[in-house]
Design a protein around this ligand. Sequence first.
Ligand SMILES: Nc1nc2c(c(=O)[nH]1)N[C@H]1C(S)=C(S)[C@@H](COP(=O)(O)O)O[C@H]1N2
Ligand SMILES: [Mo]
Length: 309
Amino acid sequence: MRKTRPTDPSWADVTPKADFLNRRQIMAGAGAMALGSIAGPSFASIDAKPSKFSTDAKPNTLKEITSYNNFYEFGWDKSDPAQYAGQLVTDPWSIEIDGMVDKPGSYPLDDILKPVTLEQRIYRFRCVEAWSMVVPWIGFELSNLLNRVGVQPSAKYVAFQTLYRPEQMPGQKQGGIDWPYVEGLRIDEAMNPLTILATGLYDEEMPNQNGAPIRLIVPWKYGFKSIKSIVKISLTDKQPPTTWNKLQPREYGFYANVNPKVDHPRWSQATERRVGAGLFAGRQETLMFNGYGEEVAQLYKAMDLAKYY
Ligand SMILES: Nc1nc2c(c(=O)[nH]1)N[C@H]1C(S)=C(S)[C@@H](COP(=O)(O)O)O[C@H]1N2
Ligand SMILES: [Mo]
Protein backbone atom coordinates (compact mmCIF):
# COMPACT_ATOMS: atom_id res chain seq x y z
CA MET A 1 0.00 0.00 0.00
CA ARG A 2 2.50 2.56 -1.16
CA LYS A 3 1.45 6.11 -1.80
CA THR A 4 0.67 6.30 -5.48
CA ARG A 5 -0.05 10.01 -5.77
CA PRO A 6 1.08 12.88 -3.58
CA THR A 7 -2.52 13.46 -2.49
CA ASP A 8 -3.14 9.89 -1.31
CA PRO A 9 -3.42 9.69 2.44
CA SER A 10 -0.66 7.76 4.13
CA TRP A 11 -1.41 4.93 6.55
CA ALA A 12 -0.64 7.34 9.37
CA ASP A 13 -3.35 9.71 8.13
CA VAL A 14 -6.08 7.10 8.16
CA THR A 15 -5.08 5.03 11.19
CA PRO A 16 -5.48 5.96 14.83
CA LYS A 17 -1.98 6.75 16.02
CA ALA A 18 -1.93 4.05 18.67
CA ASP A 19 -2.48 1.46 15.94
CA PHE A 20 0.76 2.03 14.09
CA LEU A 21 3.30 0.93 16.64
CA ASN A 22 5.91 -0.43 14.33
CA ARG A 23 6.14 -2.20 11.02
CA ARG A 24 6.17 -5.67 12.54
CA GLN A 25 3.06 -4.96 14.53
CA ILE A 26 1.43 -3.52 11.42
CA MET A 27 2.43 -6.59 9.45
CA ALA A 28 1.10 -8.91 12.14
CA GLY A 29 -2.20 -7.05 12.15
CA ALA A 30 -2.25 -6.81 8.38
CA GLY A 31 -2.07 -10.58 8.06
CA ALA A 32 -5.14 -10.93 10.25
CA MET A 33 -7.02 -8.30 8.24
CA ALA A 34 -5.95 -9.91 4.97
CA LEU A 35 -4.62 -6.64 3.67
CA GLY A 36 -1.71 -8.34 2.00
CA SER A 37 1.50 -6.65 1.13
CA ILE A 38 2.01 -3.55 3.17
CA ALA A 39 5.39 -1.95 2.88
CA GLY A 40 7.06 1.34 2.30
CA PRO A 41 8.50 4.32 4.06
CA SER A 42 5.26 5.54 5.61
CA PHE A 43 5.33 2.52 7.96
CA ALA A 44 8.73 3.06 9.47
CA SER A 45 7.48 5.52 12.06
CA ILE A 46 6.92 4.17 15.55
CA ASP A 47 4.47 5.63 17.99
CA ALA A 48 5.35 4.93 21.60
CA LYS A 49 4.05 5.96 25.01
CA PRO A 50 6.21 8.24 27.15
CA SER A 51 7.50 6.76 30.41
CA LYS A 52 8.06 8.06 33.91
CA PHE A 53 11.40 6.23 33.79
CA SER A 54 12.78 8.51 31.05
CA THR A 55 15.50 10.98 31.90
CA ASP A 56 15.07 14.57 30.77
CA ALA A 57 18.75 14.73 29.84
CA LYS A 58 19.34 15.65 26.20
CA PRO A 59 19.54 12.53 24.02
CA ASN A 60 22.54 11.91 21.80
CA THR A 61 21.90 12.37 18.10
CA LEU A 62 20.79 9.47 15.93
CA LYS A 63 24.09 9.88 14.10
CA GLU A 64 26.11 9.51 17.31
CA ILE A 65 24.07 6.53 18.51
CA THR A 66 24.41 4.70 15.19
CA SER A 67 28.04 5.44 14.33
CA TYR A 68 29.91 4.77 17.61
CA ASN A 69 29.08 1.19 18.57
CA ASN A 70 30.31 -1.94 20.26
CA PHE A 71 29.08 -5.01 18.38
CA TYR A 72 32.04 -7.36 18.12
CA GLU A 73 30.18 -9.68 15.77
CA PHE A 74 30.98 -7.03 13.15
CA GLY A 75 34.50 -6.10 14.22
CA TRP A 76 36.46 -4.48 17.03
CA ASP A 77 36.42 -0.84 15.94
CA LYS A 78 33.65 1.55 16.98
CA SER A 79 32.97 2.25 13.29
CA ASP A 80 32.81 -1.43 12.22
CA PRO A 81 29.16 -2.11 13.19
CA ALA A 82 27.88 0.87 11.15
CA GLN A 83 29.98 -0.30 8.23
CA TYR A 84 29.19 -4.02 8.25
CA ALA A 85 25.93 -4.67 10.12
CA GLY A 86 23.77 -3.73 7.13
CA GLN A 87 24.17 -7.23 5.71
CA LEU A 88 22.48 -8.87 8.70
CA VAL A 89 19.06 -10.29 7.78
CA THR A 90 16.66 -9.66 10.68
CA ASP A 91 13.34 -10.71 9.16
CA PRO A 92 12.10 -13.40 9.78
CA TRP A 93 13.24 -13.54 13.41
CA SER A 94 12.20 -15.67 16.32
CA ILE A 95 13.33 -16.18 19.90
CA GLU A 96 13.60 -19.60 21.45
CA ILE A 97 12.48 -19.56 25.07
CA ASP A 98 13.36 -22.61 27.11
CA GLY A 99 14.30 -23.94 30.53
CA MET A 100 12.15 -23.34 33.60
CA VAL A 101 9.08 -21.89 31.86
CA ASP A 102 5.50 -23.13 31.53
CA LYS A 103 5.32 -22.42 27.80
CA PRO A 104 8.69 -23.08 26.15
CA GLY A 105 8.87 -22.67 22.40
CA SER A 106 10.15 -20.82 19.40
CA TYR A 107 8.28 -17.51 19.31
CA PRO A 108 8.16 -15.45 16.10
CA LEU A 109 9.01 -11.83 16.88
CA ASP A 110 5.66 -10.72 15.45
CA ASP A 111 3.86 -12.83 18.07
CA ILE A 112 6.06 -11.49 20.85
CA LEU A 113 5.24 -7.90 19.84
CA LYS A 114 1.56 -8.25 18.96
CA PRO A 115 0.08 -7.69 22.46
CA VAL A 116 2.76 -5.24 23.57
CA THR A 117 2.38 -1.47 23.97
CA LEU A 118 5.69 0.08 23.05
CA GLU A 119 7.13 2.79 25.27
CA GLN A 120 9.83 5.35 24.76
CA ARG A 121 12.51 5.00 27.42
CA ILE A 122 15.12 7.74 27.35
CA TYR A 123 17.93 6.15 29.35
CA ARG A 124 21.47 7.02 30.31
CA PHE A 125 23.80 4.38 28.86
CA ARG A 126 27.25 3.83 30.42
CA CYS A 127 29.86 1.59 28.79
CA VAL A 128 32.46 -0.06 31.00
CA GLU A 129 35.03 1.76 28.82
CA ALA A 130 33.99 5.02 30.57
CA TRP A 131 32.03 6.69 27.79
CA SER A 132 28.32 7.35 27.97
CA MET A 133 25.33 8.43 25.90
CA VAL A 134 21.65 9.21 26.39
CA VAL A 135 19.48 7.06 24.12
CA PRO A 136 15.74 7.30 23.39
CA TRP A 137 14.97 3.58 23.16
CA ILE A 138 11.64 2.13 22.08
CA GLY A 139 10.68 -1.09 23.79
CA PHE A 140 8.73 -2.92 26.47
CA GLU A 141 9.44 -4.43 29.84
CA LEU A 142 11.16 -7.83 29.78
CA SER A 143 8.81 -8.88 32.60
CA ASN A 144 5.91 -8.62 30.14
CA LEU A 145 7.39 -11.40 27.99
CA LEU A 146 8.57 -13.51 30.94
CA ASN A 147 5.11 -13.35 32.54
CA ARG A 148 3.50 -14.46 29.31
CA VAL A 149 5.66 -17.58 29.02
CA GLY A 150 5.29 -18.35 32.72
CA VAL A 151 8.47 -18.36 34.78
CA GLN A 152 8.56 -21.34 37.15
CA PRO A 153 9.44 -20.74 40.82
CA SER A 154 12.64 -22.77 40.46
CA ALA A 155 14.08 -20.25 37.96
CA LYS A 156 16.66 -17.96 39.55
CA TYR A 157 18.42 -16.52 36.47
CA VAL A 158 17.71 -15.57 32.86
CA ALA A 159 20.31 -16.36 30.19
CA PHE A 160 20.38 -14.59 26.82
CA GLN A 161 22.08 -15.52 23.56
CA THR A 162 22.88 -13.52 20.44
CA LEU A 163 22.49 -14.88 16.92
CA TYR A 164 25.38 -16.98 15.60
CA ARG A 165 25.58 -16.47 11.81
CA PRO A 166 29.20 -16.00 10.73
CA GLU A 167 28.32 -15.60 7.05
CA GLN A 168 26.56 -12.33 7.95
CA MET A 169 28.54 -11.49 11.08
CA PRO A 170 32.16 -11.41 9.91
CA GLY A 171 33.56 -10.83 13.40
CA GLN A 172 32.37 -14.32 14.33
CA LYS A 173 34.95 -15.77 11.93
CA GLN A 174 37.63 -14.26 14.11
CA GLY A 175 38.88 -15.60 17.40
CA GLY A 176 39.07 -13.77 20.70
CA ILE A 177 35.46 -14.28 21.72
CA ASP A 178 33.77 -17.62 22.26
CA TRP A 179 30.67 -17.10 20.05
CA PRO A 180 27.76 -16.72 20.39
CA TYR A 181 27.77 -13.71 22.73
CA VAL A 182 25.91 -14.61 25.93
CA GLU A 183 24.66 -12.62 28.90
CA GLY A 184 22.55 -13.14 31.98
CA LEU A 185 20.57 -11.51 34.77
CA ARG A 186 19.30 -12.59 38.14
CA ILE A 187 15.52 -13.07 37.99
CA ASP A 188 14.74 -10.03 40.16
CA GLU A 189 16.95 -7.90 37.89
CA ALA A 190 15.15 -9.26 34.84
CA MET A 191 11.74 -8.48 36.37
CA ASN A 192 12.67 -4.91 37.37
CA PRO A 193 10.55 -2.39 35.42
CA LEU A 194 13.70 -0.62 34.17
CA THR A 195 14.79 -3.74 32.26
CA ILE A 196 13.46 -3.61 28.71
CA LEU A 197 13.64 -5.41 25.41
CA ALA A 198 14.19 -2.66 22.85
CA THR A 199 13.04 -2.85 19.23
CA GLY A 200 13.82 0.68 18.15
CA LEU A 201 15.33 4.06 18.94
CA TYR A 202 14.13 7.55 18.14
CA ASP A 203 11.20 6.73 15.84
CA GLU A 204 12.95 4.01 13.88
CA GLU A 205 13.12 0.28 14.07
CA MET A 206 16.33 -0.81 15.79
CA PRO A 207 19.28 -0.06 13.49
CA ASN A 208 21.28 -3.23 12.79
CA GLN A 209 24.40 -1.82 14.43
CA ASN A 210 22.46 -1.25 17.66
CA GLY A 211 21.22 -4.84 17.89
CA ALA A 212 18.32 -5.36 15.50
CA PRO A 213 15.68 -6.56 15.67
CA ILE A 214 15.52 -6.92 19.45
CA ARG A 215 18.01 -6.38 22.27
CA LEU A 216 18.18 -6.10 26.02
CA ILE A 217 18.66 -2.76 27.82
CA VAL A 218 19.64 -2.75 31.51
CA PRO A 219 20.38 0.93 32.20
CA TRP A 220 21.99 0.61 35.67
CA LYS A 221 24.60 -1.87 34.41
CA TYR A 222 27.60 -1.45 32.15
CA GLY A 223 26.70 -1.58 28.47
CA PHE A 224 28.06 -5.05 27.83
CA LYS A 225 25.13 -6.54 29.78
CA SER A 226 22.73 -5.09 27.18
CA ILE A 227 23.04 -7.97 24.73
CA LYS A 228 22.07 -7.41 21.10
CA SER A 229 20.17 -9.39 18.44
CA ILE A 230 18.73 -11.94 20.85
CA VAL A 231 17.69 -15.38 19.56
CA LYS A 232 17.43 -17.34 22.79
CA ILE A 233 16.23 -16.75 26.36
CA SER A 234 16.64 -19.53 28.94
CA LEU A 235 15.31 -19.67 32.49
CA THR A 236 17.68 -21.50 34.79
CA ASP A 237 18.52 -22.10 38.45
CA LYS A 238 22.27 -21.58 37.91
CA GLN A 239 24.14 -18.33 37.29
CA PRO A 240 24.76 -18.44 33.53
CA PRO A 241 28.16 -17.81 31.93
CA THR A 242 28.57 -14.36 30.39
CA THR A 243 30.87 -13.43 27.51
CA TRP A 244 33.09 -10.73 29.07
CA ASN A 245 33.27 -12.50 32.42
CA LYS A 246 34.53 -15.65 30.66
CA LEU A 247 37.16 -13.60 28.81
CA GLN A 248 38.48 -11.49 31.71
CA PRO A 249 36.86 -12.47 35.03
CA ARG A 250 39.02 -10.01 37.00
CA GLU A 251 37.87 -7.10 34.85
CA TYR A 252 34.22 -7.90 34.12
CA GLY A 253 31.91 -9.40 36.71
CA PHE A 254 28.52 -11.05 36.36
CA TYR A 255 26.74 -8.13 38.06
CA ALA A 256 28.50 -5.26 36.27
CA ASN A 257 26.50 -2.60 38.10
CA VAL A 258 27.72 0.88 37.24
CA ASN A 259 29.77 1.84 40.30
CA PRO A 260 32.07 4.89 40.49
CA LYS A 261 33.77 3.44 43.58
CA VAL A 262 34.85 0.15 42.04
CA ASP A 263 37.50 0.81 39.43
CA HIS A 264 38.27 -1.37 36.46
CA PRO A 265 41.73 -2.86 37.08
CA ARG A 266 43.08 -0.74 34.21
CA TRP A 267 41.15 2.53 34.60
CA SER A 268 38.99 4.60 36.94
CA GLN A 269 35.22 4.35 36.81
CA ALA A 270 34.69 7.57 38.77
CA THR A 271 34.03 9.72 35.69
CA GLU A 272 32.83 9.31 32.12
CA ARG A 273 33.04 11.02 28.75
CA ARG A 274 29.67 11.88 27.25
CA VAL A 275 29.91 11.05 23.55
CA GLY A 276 29.31 14.16 21.45
CA ALA A 277 29.77 16.59 24.35
CA GLY A 278 32.63 18.34 22.59
CA LEU A 279 36.30 18.73 23.25
CA PHE A 280 35.99 21.23 26.08
CA ALA A 281 33.00 19.82 27.92
CA GLY A 282 35.06 17.93 30.45
CA ARG A 283 34.25 14.58 31.98
CA GLN A 284 31.22 14.06 34.15
CA GLU A 285 30.90 12.17 37.40
CA THR A 286 29.66 8.62 37.10
CA LEU A 287 26.64 7.97 39.31
CA MET A 288 26.09 4.86 41.43
CA PHE A 289 23.85 2.46 39.48
CA ASN A 290 24.16 5.01 36.65
CA GLY A 291 21.70 7.21 38.56
CA TYR A 292 19.03 4.51 38.89
CA GLY A 293 19.62 3.72 42.58
CA GLU A 294 16.10 4.65 43.60
CA GLU A 295 14.76 1.86 41.40
CA VAL A 296 17.41 -0.83 41.93
CA ALA A 297 19.57 -0.27 45.03
CA GLN A 298 17.31 -2.53 47.10
CA LEU A 299 18.16 -5.47 44.84
CA TYR A 300 21.71 -5.46 46.24
CA LYS A 301 21.26 -4.30 49.83
CA ALA A 302 22.80 -7.42 51.39
CA MET A 303 25.71 -7.62 48.93
CA ASP A 304 29.30 -6.41 48.97
CA LEU A 305 29.42 -4.71 45.56
CA ALA A 306 33.22 -4.57 45.56
CA LYS A 307 33.22 -8.37 45.70
CA TYR A 308 30.23 -8.86 43.41
CA TYR A 309 31.31 -6.35 40.75
N1 LIG B 1 25.83 -9.43 20.90
C1 LIG B 1 26.49 -8.36 21.37
N2 LIG B 1 25.87 -7.54 22.24
C2 LIG B 1 26.53 -6.45 22.74
C3 LIG B 1 27.88 -6.21 22.38
C4 LIG B 1 28.50 -7.10 21.45
O1 LIG B 1 29.67 -6.95 21.07
N3 LIG B 1 27.78 -8.15 20.97
N4 LIG B 1 28.56 -5.14 22.93
C5 LIG B 1 28.05 -4.63 24.22
C6 LIG B 1 28.71 -3.40 24.65
S1 LIG B 1 30.29 -3.54 25.25
C7 LIG B 1 28.08 -2.20 24.63
S2 LIG B 1 28.80 -0.80 25.27
C8 LIG B 1 26.74 -2.06 24.01
C9 LIG B 1 26.79 -1.02 22.92
O2 LIG B 1 25.51 -0.72 22.43
P1 LIG B 1 25.34 0.38 21.31
O3 LIG B 1 26.26 0.05 20.19
O4 LIG B 1 23.90 0.32 20.91
O5 LIG B 1 25.69 1.70 21.95
O6 LIG B 1 26.25 -3.29 23.44
C10 LIG B 1 26.54 -4.45 24.19
N5 LIG B 1 25.88 -5.61 23.59
MO1 LIG C 1 30.65 -1.59 26.47
